[in-house]
Design a protein around this ligand. Sequence first.
Ligand code: GLN
Length: 231
Amino acid sequence: AACGQKKDSNKFIIATDTAFVPFEWKDGKGKLTGIDIDLMNAIAKNQGFTVEWKSIGFDASMTAVEAGEADGMIAGMTINDSRKKKYDFSDPYYTSSVSMATAKGSGIKSYNDLKGKTVVAKTSTSGFEFANANKKKYGYKLEVVEESSIMYQKVKNGDAVALFEDTPVIKYNIASKQVNFELPTGTEGKFNYGFAVYKGSNKELLKKFNAGLKALKENGEYDKILKKYLG
Ligand code: GLN
């Protein structure tokens, strides 16, 4: 008998965002898909472990990892110093930034045009951090929501004039004709995405992720996954 062995050490629960295209979302058939999903599944295959997915949202994923309800998370998560106090990150796997998106023809040309208007960002994200840090300077009202899809809906409806989110996600939404938006300003900052575990825990999983990522970069599978979603 597996005396005292509480859990199958070959299976890990991985949390992710609900819809953060093209990194994760559910396709028309309800199947979880995207760069993060393919990458993690390929790493698991390469390193000989299995993944149980929890598609629960970005802030919810961080909470789940912290609470030990998930072993790790992959959700286009920005590696930064404040998060490093709470999480251990893998080697970076993608470089990104934040941008502001507005409805085409809205007349918003710069952050100064946001004065007195409402903008929207998603809880706990890099987009939120940027929008929050500049709120006073540009005099806008910041609304915070849980899901990216709600941000896009609010800008479409005119409930908000702009949203702040990671540049590749906005661009993918525009390219797939989900929204008729534009990016009137430049990109903000530059950061990397990493896979995360709770600080000091799941060291073995983190090691496997890094080893798998390295292998996929070497054997061309990493490039293939990016190409599949980004062309
Ligand atoms: N990269 C951003 C962050 O880590 C957004 C991630 C997301 O919304 N899934 O805060």
